[in-house]
Design a protein around this ligand. Structure first.
Ligand SMILES: C[S@@+](CC[C@H](N)C(=O)[O-])C[C@H]1O[C@@H](n2cnc3c(N)ncnc32)[C@H](O)[C@@H]1O
Length: 305
């Protein structure tokens, strides 16, 4: 581990911190020109053949259920240790450096350290909410983020990892059992919001991390969440409309987003529901963090009215 990584890992979130990134010591600064050394995407976008990675249901299930989460599940099952630490070691172990960004500045570090920084972001934002009974992640993947929160914070008594894929839910169940965490994994398909658990606790906070980008009808889905006892909805999602096409990085982000067929409908849905008086919203950090500098996520908070 480099000294910069030790610095990253030694930082802790202080509850008194204001809306800044001061709780994070990032890795080593790089500039836009250096990105191709750490990501295949600039070269891929610049040699664009016009192909699009369509996000059909079959394609989503191939990528996550059959490949990413299932491969991880096989590896975790064959491991003598099935802790959260082991899950994260399997997910983020790589000695190579990756590029990431914080508030538009580019850095490089190992995947493990970048994941650590991202968890700080999540924790920092979710700590703003009080008087919460339940926290539910929408599209929780392997469940590593929600299990980190459940293990390290007292923010809620009940934790629900909603996820489309069987393999993702199986990973969450396996690790939550080992760690004795109060996290349950439930099936959810954004395209069929009836699959939300019918009797959600009062004062539930829903959050999503790079998942509603896969939702085909965010307006209908957000309405369902509001009907499912949402006290607040916190989105950590890439927002197409926040990419600035007067900058090179903004143009690259738009191009990446289009090529990957993510949903552009999330922000217009938020605006429409706000105009109808159904919710209020605040964009807390536009393009605040990026595991992939070509696709920064923004943090948006929504409150049902
Ligand atoms: C990029 S991963 C993010 C996982 C996790 N939230 C994180 O940040 O590490 C996107 C997740 O959304 C899930 N997903 C995609 N489409 C979905 C749908 N229609 N309903 C529910 N989950 C879905 C995928 O299975 C995948 O686990």
């Amino acid at each position: 581990m480099t000294s910069a990584e030790k610095l990253v890992l030694s930082t802790t979130v202080s509850e008194s911190e204001q809306d800044s990134n001061s709780f994070i010591s990032p890795g080593i600064r790089i500039d836009l020109d250096e990105l191709p050394r750490y990501s295949i995407w600039p070269a891929r976008l610049l040699s664009d053949t016009g192909s699009v990675y369509e996000k059909t249901k079959a394609e989503i299930l191939r990528e996550f259920d059959q490949e990413k989460w299932n491969e991880l599940l096989i590896r975790l099952r064959s491991s003598p240790v099935r802790t959260l630490e082991q899950l994260e070691a399997l997910m983020f172990f790589a000695s190579s450096q990756m590029a990431y960004s914080i508030a538009g500045e580019y850095y490089r570090s190992t995947p493990f350290a970048v994941n650590h920084i991202y968890k700080r972001f999540l924790e920092h934002e979710l700590r703003r909410a009080d008087d919460v009974t339940c926290i539910a992640e929408l599209g929780a993947g392997a469940g590593n983020l929600i299990m980190h929160l459940a293990k390290n914070t007292q923010l809620a008594k009940t934790w629900i990892a909603y996820e489309l894929t069987e393999s993702g839910r199986a990973l969450t169940r396996m690790v939550a059992t080992t760690e004795d965490l109060p996290v349950v994994a439930e099936f959810l398909d954004f395209d069929d919001p009836k699959t939300l658990v019918p009797s959600m606790p009062e004062r539930t906070i829903y959050y999503s991390s790079f998942a509603l980008a896969y939702c085909k009808d965010p307006e209908g889905f957000l309405e369902s969440l509001i009907g499912a006892k949402a006290k607040e909805i916190v989105l950590f999602e890439p927002i197409y409309q926040f990419f600035d096409e007067t900058t090179l990085s903004g143009l690259l982000a738009k191009s990446y987003f289009e090529k990957n067929d993510y949903s552009k409908a999330l922000f217009p849905a938020i605006q429409k529901l706000a105009a109808q008086g159904i919710l209020e919203w605040d964009a807390v950090k536009k393009n605040g963090f990026a595991h992939n500098p070509l696709c920064p996520i923004s943090i948006i908070r929504l409150w049902p009215k």
